[in-house]
Design a protein around this ligand. Structure first.
Ligand SMILES: [Zn+2]
Ligand SMILES: [Zn+2]
Length: 228
């Protein structure tokens, strides 16, 4: 599988060269998240959206969305169909892995399998829903989010419902995925990242112990499964 990280900037005002575009990952001809309209110009065979926040689905607030490209997400919206089980596109098996993130919208990551390669793209989350965790093992690569460098990230509770929402920290994600993944790629970088780019990259990459941890840049290309 050829993996192209199209955009690495979180839902923030600030940006920097190499981190200007919002979420999007192209795996061969299938797109995961569409944080920028221009990603559709790549003419993917299908689009899988992790959740209906604007930095992952540019059209949720106001933009007209008419496309003949099939779109899937954790819940129905406009031309987006709700995904409940594995979908096959172009020899690729795509399985939703429900996550916890927002109290307003549903969210899921996607397990992407092709040939012998297994990749997980999580989108935003504070955790993977417990009963789906057994879908996650023997991963070649996890692409996950970097909103917060501090342990625990930022998870708030709604004062009325008591329900949590937010993002966990990069150290928690690295700890969770290290036993099951060879490589962890951090994207969706939060504002903390931009004060000193080189130092921030080092802080993230130093978290790697058994798994290699790297920081994505807009346009970065990675390969999985070729030399298996
Ligand atoms: Zn986001
Ligand atoms: Zn979000």
């Amino acid at each position: 599988m050829k993996i192209e990280i199209l955009g690495t900037r979180g839902h923030i005002e600030i940006s920097a060269p190499g981190h200007e575009l919002h979420s999007g990952v192209l795996v061969d001809n299938v797109l995961f998240d569409v944080g920028e309209r221009e990603y559709l110009d790549r003419r993917p065979r299908a689009v899988f959206i992790t959740h209906l926040h604007e930095d992952h689905a540019f059209f949720v607030n106001d933009e007209e969305m008419d496309t003949d490209i099939p779109m899937y997400g954790p819940e129905r919206f406009g031309g987006v169909s709700a995904i409940r089980s594995t979908v096959e596109v172009d020899g690729m098996r795509i399985t939703p892995v429900p996550t916890n993130h927002s109290q307003r919208v549903r969210s899921c990551g996607y397990l992407i399998e092709k040939d012998l390669g297994r990749v997980l793209y999580t989108g935003d989350l504070y955790s993977v829903q417990e009963r789906y965790r057994d879908r996650l093992r023997d991963l070649d690569m996890v692409i996950t989010e970097g909103s917060f460098i501090r342990r625990g990230g930022l998870v708030r509770r709604d004062p009325d419902t008591g329900r949590p929402h937010g993002h966990t920290g990069i150290p928690d994600l690295v700890e969770f995925f290290s036993p099951i993944a060879g490589k962890i790629v951090i994207t969706h970088l939060g504002s903390w990242f931009f004060s000193d780019l080189q130092a921030s990259v080092r802080r993230i990459e130093e978290l790697g112990t058994t798994a290699e941890v790297i920081v994505a840049e807009d346009g970065m290309v990675l390969e999985v499964g070729l030399e298996a």
